[in-house]
Design a protein around this ligand. Structure first.
Ligand SMILES: C[S@@+](CC[C@H](N)C(=O)[O-])C[C@H]1O[C@@H](n2cnc3c(N)ncnc32)[C@H](O)[C@@H]1O
Length: 248
């Protein structure tokens, strides 16, 4: 049924739904119907894998994407064993969970504006604070942070209608809408992160299109150097990595 409806990983999905039905004692048909309606698989089964870790995902919460895994891995590389990291806009807390599991003696804190996601991330064991970007984070970490990482909303508002149809039937625009050029939240993060980071600390942000170029001036203005554009295997821009230096 799923393959007939054009699902790419139909067999894997069918197996997950079978396991879920058996585990919960729910009728398989009802779960398949939900999937056929376009509801994300992770909301039906209640979980997904991120960097090999099982992440619980509540209904209504952004489902972490495998495309964000390289950014999370790079963030781990920049985080010292007993360092401090911030995962901005954490959603289900996937990146924060990955950081904490790879650096068990580090402190990983996260922020998130959507109450459902805050609860979900907390349920995944994340030290998460509800509110806007850096605002809710504990002041004690100011100037001491080794890594700020974020998959913040970065889709340009005019491009929102081009996202897959199911996206907004089920997910919230809050997770995607980055303003007219998609860089509204990214710019705020570039401007606000230097007061949290230590000198030499890293900023890692997911972005796309020409947004790395759009941020170049701000990155330099707010004291970042060694800016690297992160690309995937197809050469598509996926993120930026920058290091905080002295402000010019
Ligand atoms: C694209 S999702 C990414 C979630 C998570 N980082 C991941 O990769 O799975 C963006 C998230 O940012 C949250 N968000 C949007 N604006 C925010 C803000 N100003 N402050 C904190 N979180 C915000 C949304 O609720 C959503 O959960």
């Amino acid at each position: 049924m799923l393959s007939g409806a054009g699902f790419v990983a139909a067999e894997d999905e069918a197996q997950e739904l079978l396991d879920c039905a058996a585990l919960r004692g729910e009728p398989l048909g009802a779960l398949v119907e939900r999937r056929l309606s376009g509801e994300p698989l992770a909301w039906i089964t209640g979980q997904t894998l991120f960097c090999g870790l099982e992440i619980h995902v509540d209904r209504g919460v952004y489902v972490p994407r495998w495309q964000s895994e390289p950014l999370a891995r790079r963030a781990v590389e920049r985080l010292p064993g007993t360092g401090i990291a911030i995962d901005l806009c954490t959603g289900s807390g996937a990146i924060a969970t990955m950081l904490a599991s790879s650096r068990p003696d580090a402190r990983v804190v996260a922020s998130e504006i959507d109450g459902r996601a805050v609860e979900c991330a907390a349920g995944n064991g994340v030290e998460v604070y509800g509110g806007d970007l850096f605002d809710p984070l504990p002041p004690a970490i100011t100037g001491l942070v080794d890594v700020v990482v974020g998959v913040v909303p970065y889709v340009p508002t005019p491009a929102l209608p081009m996202l897959p149809r199911d996206t907004f039937e089920f997910e919230s625009e809050l997770a995607y809408d980055g303003g007219p050029d998609g860089a509204r939240v990214l710019r705020r993060v570039v401007a606000e992160s230097p007061s949290l980071l230590r000198l030499g600390g890293a900023l890692l942000l997911e972005l796309g299109g020409d947004q790395a170029d759009v941020l170049t001036h701000d990155l330099s203005r707010f004291g970042f150097r060694d800016v690297t554009v992160l690309e995937d295997e197809d050469g598509d821009v996926r993120g930026i990595e920058a290091t905080l230096g002295e402000r010019k």
